[in-house]
Design a protein around this ligand. Structure first.
Ligand code: FRU
Length: 484
């Protein structure tokens, strides 16, 4: 391959070498965020699926560790380690602990291509998550199915059991299982089909989230990823979970989207994160463009909550406070700041050095049609990507029609999210990291994540307004530092 350092993100996770897709087994342990990930240790493309491993103290810089769970090859069977989760078995319910030290238990799908079979396996670690031993009596759940995958497990205190969500892919259902010991599992209930059902359901997970900042008010959010021709989608359902059944508070036909871009996929949250935070991490898919010597990257981690809005009770997502707390430490110098500046018809130039930066902006949209930023502008050409808010259409948008590399299907060139504003004020966060672009609107009401592949020289950045508008507040951190 041809090396593509210009697209290697500075403050997002990528494997040092070779392929990644889904995040797996996210668990916070002993002061560190563990990230396992779908990994091909041998090639820069999907295959030989194994769990790669990295840890971080601040969710920005990552320590790369050896493969934690490799594929298993015997004479008749190849077992690939597909997506799943990991739990700390504090009370040693599994009996895998040694010398009074609780084991970590990974629960994942064993994909056996020769047998065309997927079943659920467990493996345990007695060295803090560095290496795992396969349970001798695997599989722990076997329905003799081809597409049955991505178990996500947590301890449900109220019903005093481990609860698993796992995907019945072609049935468009999430199956709930319960267990006392992580080895013996009993079916609790099924949810679905519901919402979007055109593509197979993958990577389900369920989380309790705080509503409107009131810790006494909890609703459960069930996430399901769907691949397929129209670009990836993560839909979510809001409801109640009693230890057996998930009850949707909305009509089952309602479709709620986690992200309005074409990249955010297979997201799951960290278990046991500090301050009871629910931090979601997704894989940013980049199907159409080669990067080398790695392929695939993770999103910025999102802190999740629920918010009552005119659209009902919806998910709110902001870059994790752990990331924003650590960010200044990684920035080159002080952030660039602007306060109450009018954006003229020729725009306002900003330093977009190296295409690795982070903007927090607040616009007063006045009578402008649209406000926002031109990013990855190539001097002397009309190549750029436009990010902003369209007041007429009431949409947050990312317009890639002028982008350098056409890495998108035609229907994804312009990506939009419905968003209303009050008092003419629009807040936008723009995270550009060489090949990824993530946009958060209105303090996390809407998110658009996508991949961009600008030329090395295409680093122009400016604010624009179609009409009269002002920047009330802006902070820009330059992160072109190769934080690793
Ligand atoms: C989602 C997915 C999962 C599966 C894994 C295999 O991207 O297809 O359903 O476990 O990737 O790599």
């Amino acid at each position: 391959g041809v090396p593509t350092p210009q697209w290697r993100p500075a403050y997002h996770f990528t494997p040092q070498n070779n392929w990644t897709n889904d995040p797996n087994g996210l668990i916070f342990l002993n002061g560190e965020f563990n990230l396992y990930y779908q990994h091909n240790p041998f090639e820069n493309k999907w295959g030989h699926m194994s769990w790669g491993h990295a840890t971080s103290k601040d969710l920005i810089s990552w320590k790369h560790l050896p493969v934690a769970i490799p594929e298993v090859i015997t004479k008749d069977t190849t077992t690939w380690i597909y997506s799943g989760s990991a739990v700390l078995d504090k009370n040693n319910t599994s009996g895998f602990g040694v010398n009074g030290k609780p084991p970590l238990v990974a629960i994942f799908t064993a994909d056996q291509p020769k047998q065309k079979k997927e079943s659920q396996f467990i493996a345990y670690s007695n060295d803090g998550g560095l290496s795992y031993k396969q349970y001798a009596k695997n599989p722990v759940i076997d329905l003799n199915m081809h597409d049955f995958r991505d178990p996500n497990v947590f301890w449900h205190e109220e019903s005093k059991q481990w609860v698993m969500t796992v995907s019945m892919v072609d049935e468009h259902m999430v199956r709930f299982y319960g267990s006392k010991n992580l080895k013996d599992w009993t079916k609790l209930s099924d949810f679905g089909p519901a919402g979007f059902t055109k593509n197979g359901w993958e990577c389900p997970s369920i989380l309790p989230l705080v509503v409107d900042g009131n810790p006494a008010n909890i609703k459960w959010v069930l996430f399901v990823s769907l691949g397929g021709e129209h670009g990836p989608l993560i839909q979510y359902f809001v409801g109640d979970f009693d230890g057996t059944t998930f009850k949707n508070i909305n009509d089952n036909s309602k479709i709620l989207k986690t992200d309005y871009g074409d990249a955010f996929y297979a997201a799951i949250a960290w278990r046991d994160a500090p301050q009871n935070k629910k931090i979601l991490l997704g894989w940013l898919q980049n199907g159409r463009q080669e990067t080398y010597p790695w392929k695939g990257q993770m999103s910025i981690p999102h802190d999740l909550s629920l918010k009552t809005t005119s659209e009902g009770l919806v998910l709110n997502q902001l870059p994790s406070v752990f990331v924003t707390k650590a960010l200044p430490k990684y920035a080159k110098g002080k952030p660039v700041e602007k306060k109450n500046v009018t954006i003229g018809s020729s725009g306002l130039k900003l330093p977009g050095d190296g295409n690795a930066y982070w903007i927090d902006a607040e616009f007063d949209i006045k009578n402008a049609k649209r406000v926002g930023f031109n990013v990855v502008e190539k001097a002397g050409t009309d190549k750029k990507v436009v990010v902003g808010y369209d007041a007429e259409k009431q949409q947050l948008f990312v317009d890639c029609t002028g982008s350098e590399k056409n890495n998108k299907s035609p229907e994804n060139l312009v990506q939009t999210a419905p968003m209303s504003i009050t008092g003419g004020i629009v807040k936008i966060k723009v995270l550009v990291d060489r090949s990824s672009l993530e946009v958060f609107g209105n303090d996390g009401e809407k998110v658009i994540s996508t991949m961009i592949y600008p030329d090395k020289e295409a680093t122009g950045l400016s604010a624009f307004a179609d009409g009269e508008a002002a920047i009330k507040n802006l902070k820009l951190w330059n992160l072109n530092n190769d934080v690793k």
